[in-house]
Design a protein around this ligand. Structure first.
Ligand SMILES: [Zn+2]
Length: 206
């Protein structure tokens, strides 16, 4: 997934003294303040800002969407969890995906209901991903009829694809860019199953 780059925005004061103008850069007062002032605008027009929620640094996209890592969208409930509890340690260090059920909810019975948007480009990327999960795991994907909690696969502009982590409740989207491959879909579905990047290294078999 695309790495975000942050340029350091340094507040500047402009002094007019006599006939000359002097620009004075203010250095950040602490590491945390430095983090909170990092911001950048991506090539596809999104604004990214690093904000500290509780003790966790998150990326705030367009002032509205909180991201954990590059491509994981957090629900409002998860952001509030981080504000109060912080990121559960086991999400970082565990060798198995033993994450807190308070922060990440798993899909009951390993069954994921899903729909694919009608205008989704190359839906075989999704179908091949589902086949791959069915061949290699006990996870089962079932086309949604009227289930309350489900995934909708949609396309998104730009070069980054996105997913929530775990089951959020009601409809949650997995957003796949036009250039995303089946590998991209596999990766994003992994997040929706509750996996973090530590569990998705390219040297691991999923
Ligand atoms: Zn990811």
């Amino acid at each position: 997934m695309k790495k975000l780059r942050f340029g350091l925005i340094v507040a500047a004061l402009v002094f007019a003294a006599c006939d000359k103008i002097e620009v004075v850069a203010l250095e950040p007062q602490s590491e945390q303040q430095a983090l909170m002032t990092r911001t950048s605008i991506s090539d596809d027009g999104h604004t990214y800002e690093v904000v500290t929620v509780g003790k966790t640094d998150l990326v705030l996209m367009d002032g509205t969407t909180y991201l954990l890592s590059d491509d994981i969208i957090l629900s409002p409930g998860q952001v509030e969890f981080l504000r109060q509890e912080g990121l559960p340690q086991e999400t970082i260090s565990a060798t198995r995906a033993a994450v807190s059920t308070k922060f990440v909810e798993y899909w009951p019975n390993g069954t994921i209901y899903y729909t694919i948007a009608n205008n989704f480009l190359q839906p075989e990327r999704v179908n091949n991903t589902i086949e791959h999960y069915h061949d290699n795991t006990g996870i089962r994907f079932v086309p949604r009829t009227n289930q309350r909690n489900y995934i909708e696969f949609v396309n998104v502009s730009g070069t980054t694809s996105w997913s929530y982590i775990g089951m959020i409740g009601e409809k949650q989207q997995i957003q796949i860019s036009a250039g995303g491959t089946m590998g991209t879909v596999l990766h994003e579905v992994g997040h929706a199953l509750g996996m973090y990047h530590e569990h998705e290294r390219t040297d691991r078999n999923m």
